[in-house]
Design a protein around this ligand. Structure first.
Ligand code: AHG
Ligand code: MN
Ligand code: MN
Length: 336
């Protein structure tokens, strides 16, 4: 770079200019997401000083206790996206049904799925959390409210995916299928500035990230793989190093930069794993693939899975290409 500062808005405008049919609506949508991210960032940063830590008395659709910051983040995302005429329907981890656009507002052509606050069980301990979003073009006719069908498209149809990580700094990372770009929020003037252009995940990493307390519940193939990565064998760079935060955004972000594999396998108690296809696995899979990595259920590319419901769960393995390919060899039984 020639010392020129590139803001997120500028980057998106430059991306949109590459499409001659662009109307500017996508830029507006992304600016609204970035605005919501700044509000959530401000609140997570000030969490200890404001009355936003702790739990509400509610349990969400997933049966999980809802944190106050989950509610704030959910409302912030909805408020940012429901009135500007670029969205026709939304879906979120925190709402059982699809979220329609209120009648008084214009309808747009985009569909947005999101996890407003990922890793929220970590929030009271000051550990990194995030927001994940996934954008599609509607497939139902324009001019009418979007439907569940719009929200159940395969991940490979995403036109954009991104996450915001509220960590030692706040970063927004996104892809529109043209590489992965990371922006750091400059707190002094409140702009996301391009700090990590064209992120590429190392071909092979040193880190494996998994909640190993579930070991006894996993299928034998996954147990074999984890056993393998822990063996001592310097020529193949083993043992790998274990790092698990319990916020997928933070675990995947670290692995994207350092290289490695993230796993949330199926288990006896959770036959489809824990993570949600629409607003956790798909957006992260699109980003990781665009960075040169891979994302799989173990049997199928994540982005090819046909969603059947908006809160559907899926086993998830993603990260550095060679690490994921090795895992696939274990799952197919080629290695034991
Ligand atoms: P959320 O806070 O949005 O419900 O997501 C939590 C997810 C994900 O961030 C993380 O990878 C995983 O749950 C951790 O689950 P375990 O506690 O079972 O390891
Ligand atoms: Mn989540
Ligand atoms: Mn969440």
């Amino acid at each position: 770079m020639s010392g020129q500062i590139i803001t997120l808005s500028r980057h998106i405008i430059e991306e949109e200019r590459k499409h001659p049919q662009a109307t500017g609506k996508f830029t507006d949508l992304m600016n609204d997401i970035a605005f919501a991210a700044k509000l959530i960032s401000y609140n997570t940063n000030k969490a200890g000083l404001m009355d936003v830590l702790g739990e509400t008395t509610n349990v969400n659709v997933q049966g999980e206790v809802v944190k106050k910051l989950d509610v704030f983040s959910q409302q912030t995302m909805v408020n940012a996206l429901d009135h500007n005429g670029h969205t026709c329907v939304m879906a979120s981890e925190e709402e059982e049904d699809i979220i329609p656009i209120p009648e008084e507002y214009p309808l747009g052509k985009y569909v947005v799925l999101f996890d407003p606050l990922d890793g929220s069980s970590n929030i009271d301990a000051n550990v990194s959390v995030g927001t994940i979003f996934s954008i599609y073009s509607r497939i139902t006719p324009e001019g009418r409210p979007g439907t569940e069908k719009d929200c159940l498209q395969r991940g490979r149809e995403q036109i954009c995916a991104g996450y915001v990580i509220y960590g030692s700094s706040t970063m927004l990372v996104y892809t529109t299928g043209n590489g992965v770009h990371g922006f750091t929020l400059d707190p002094s003037y409140g702009e996301f500035i391009l700090s990590h252009p064209n992120i590429k995940i190392p071909k092979k990493g040193k880190i494996y990230s998994v909640n190993e307390s579930n070991f006894d519940y996993w299928k034998q193939e996954v147990k074999n793989y984890i056993h393998y990565v822990k063996q001592i064998d310097p020529p193949t760079n083993r043992p790998m190093n274990s790092r698990y935060i319990g916020s997928m955004v933070a675990d995947v972000h670290r692995n994207l930069l350092y290289g490695g594999i993230f796993l949330y396998p199926a288990s006896d108690t959770a036959p489809n794993g824990k993570l949600r296809l629409g607003y956790e696995a798909n957006p992260m899979a699109f980003i990781v693939e665009q960075a040169g990595g891979k994302a799989t259920t173990g049997k199928q590319r994540i982005l090819d899975v046909q969603p059947e419901s908006i809160h559907q769960r899926v086993p998830l393995f993603l990260g550095s290409k060679e690490d994921v390919e090795l895992l696939e060899e274990f799952i197919s039984g080629k290695r034991k």
